[in-house]
Ligand binder design. Structure first.
Ligand SMILES: Cc1cc2nc3c(=O)[nH]c(=O)nc-3n(C[C@H](O)[C@H](O)[C@H](O)COP(=O)(O)OP(=O)(O)OC[C@H]3O[C@@H](n4cnc5c(N)ncnc54)[C@H](O)[C@@H]3O)c2cc1C
Length: 509
């Protein structure tokens, strides 16, 4: 009993010490920020803290009480303020999380296991478009929608950029993982179109022209994963030419057999189609037809009028049965708006997603078409759950013609398509989170024989998945043959591993 009381006393003393120590440390970080004139920050317990923390968190799993929260959130407005904030954090030995759009599937920009602070770039979203030179400088807090809006409106819809579909995703997080979207078959991933980057290194120094002064780092930044290579404060992008007219389309099909047949054919059509055509498939279990079944949306866009789209699709994929009522014709801004699930182009400027949920994601690449039997068996797993889905996103075209070693993003030649798997639920969901995640893992495990291995099972770092292990295990999946070079660059540029997250590239093999 005496021993127990002694233990409790020591434990309480330790708690008190830890509290005092943590408070003192927060005070000294805040003192340092104030002494350097960085005044836009919020600390745990302050009125604005929860709003600042939650605003950009796309995956609500990481807003929950048990998830470690930052002691301080710093919201700089300039690269110099980022430098000063980072210098204060280095002095106090704080772990760093840099946040742009906050869409990390595993909440890696908003949580950490050691005491940490977030540098949130939300106030750094200036965009400067040079229409003549077809370039844009963007600050590192820019999100996809605001970039699309700025480029399209300033170039009268003749220029664009090949990044993702969801308008609230951050450009920095996206570029550092690759950045795949509806223009990728025509122009590659977002990272393929980066001309320059400005980065703050582990000593707080601002590197203004990374492409020329640190070409290896520049290579790593383009697809080598977020949170591992310094704090990017700005990017220069090469914009792409666009046609006057783009047609978007989407049609919903139901029935397991119908979908099996359509998807089987899609595998031979979508990756080989002209690069101006993009067709992806969203597939999910449904129950509204009375008994468990499959539903699928075939959606995408084509560079041309509705008539031209119908003529092409009905020639190469007549089974789909695309009709005029499934299509919408407009310019690129309208196409980007529709594909982001929005109705008004100005909604591209919204920086928070109108609906957010709890989710877990995984990914695969496929290099050989699945048989009808394999697809059908996957659907047998999917019909058991209406809170999960698979998306098949086509490769081929330019994305596959760029050499795998051109930048750190490696998924190129031979890939037919990428698969994204998700289990999604709401707070008041009656299905338990663990059951849904187990269902997702079961589906992923079933798909193992059909996936691409390089030699580890390939995965997309932007659909980051902590099930793949630490930086060593996951790195081989995310980066394939580029992993070795990434480790060498990491060892040279950040030998103390100050820029880290659970799956960042390690400093040694
Ligand atoms: C709803 C939704 C839709 C999506 N759609 C697509 C899509 O169409 N195509 C696609 O390719 N991907 C897509 N993604 C995945 C998305 O590209 C990745 O999740 C991406 O990493 C998110 O970037 P972010 O800036 O929003 O996230 P964040 O969570 O802010 O950042 C992601 C990672 O990058 C780091 N990071 C961010 N900014 C910086 C910086 N300036 N310097 C250093 N490190 C930084 C963070 O610390 C973190 O580790 C989607 C994700 C979601 C949730």
């Amino acid at each position: 009993m005496r021993q127990f009381v002694l233990c409790i006393t020591i434990f309480c003393l330790l708690c008190t010490y830890t509290r005092i120590n943590a408070a003192t440390t927060v005070d000294s970080l805040v003192g340092c920020l104030r002494s350097k004139g960085v005044l836009n920050y919020t600390t745990s317990g302050s009125p604005f803290y929860s709003t600042a923390l939650d605003f950009s968190m796309q995956n609500l799993r990481f807003t929950e009480a048990g998830v470690p929260k930052p002691a301080v959130i710093i919201l700089p407005s300039t690269a110099q303020e980022v430098q000063k904030a980072w210098t204060c954090m280095l002095r106090g030995g704080w772990a760093l999380r840099v946040r742009n759009g906050g869409h990390s599937y595993e909440g890696l920009s908003s949580s950490a296991s050691a005491p940490f602070a977030i540098i949130d770039l939300i106030n750094m979203h200036k965009i400067t478009v040079n229409v003549q030179k077809k370039t844009a400088w963007i600050e590192a807090g820019v999100r996809i929608g605001e970039l699309y809006h700025a480029i399209a409106s300033q170039s009268s819809n003749r220029l664009g950029f090949p990044a993702g579909t969801c308008s609230t995703v951050g450009m920095s997080g996206q570029i550092m993982g690759g950045g795949y979207g509806m223009l990728s078959r025509k122009y590659g991933v977002a990272a393929d179109r980066v001309l320059q980057a400005q980065v703050i290194d582990g000593n707080g120094k601002l590197i203004k022209r990374v492409s020329t002064s640190n070409p290896d780092l520049f290579w790593a930044l383009r697809g080598g994963g977020g949170g591992a290579w310094g704090i990017v404060v700005a990017w220069k992008l090469k914009l792409v030419d666009l046609p006057e007219t783009i047609t978007t389309f989407s049609l919903w099909k139901t029935g397991k057999q119908v979908i099996t047949d359509l998807v089987y054919k899609w595998q031979t059509i979508a990756p080989k189609a002209p690069p101006e055509l993009f067709i992806a498939i969203y597939m999910a279990g449904i129950s509204y037809t009375g008994s468990p079944d499959m539903g699928a949306s075939f959606y995408g866009q084509y560079w041309g009028t509705i008539n031209e789209t119908l003529a092409l699709l009905n020639k190469i994929y007549p089974e789909l049965g695309l009709s005029e009522s499934d299509c919408k014709q407009g310019n690129w801004m309208q196409a980007a708006t529709t594909m982001a699930g929005l109705s008004d182009p100005d909604a591209l400027l919204n920086r928070q997603q109108s609906s957010r949920n709890y989710f877990k994601g995984k990914s695969d690449f496929v290099s050989k078409p699945l048989t009808k039997a394999a697809l059908s068996a996957a659907y047998d797993i999917m019909v058991k759950n209406t809170k999960g889905w698979m998306i098949f996103e086509p490769y081929g075209g330019v994305i596959s013609r760029i050499p795998s070693s051109a930048i750190a993003f490696p998924h190129r030649e031979g890939r037919l398509f990428m698969i994204q798997y998700q289990a999604v639920w709401a707070e008041d969901s009656n299905s338990s989170e663990s059951n849904l995640i187990e269902w997702l893992r079961g589906l992923y495990s079933y798909m193992a024989p059909f996936a691409t291995y390089t030699p580890s099972r390939a995965a997309y770092v932007n659909y980051i998945d902590l099930d793949l292990g630490d930086g060593m295990g996951a790195g081989k999946s995310y980066f394939g043959a580029n992993f070795v070079r990434l480790v060498e660059i990491k060892a040279r540029f950040d030998p103390s591993d100050v820029f880290n997250q659970p799956q960042s590239v390690p400093v040694t093999m």
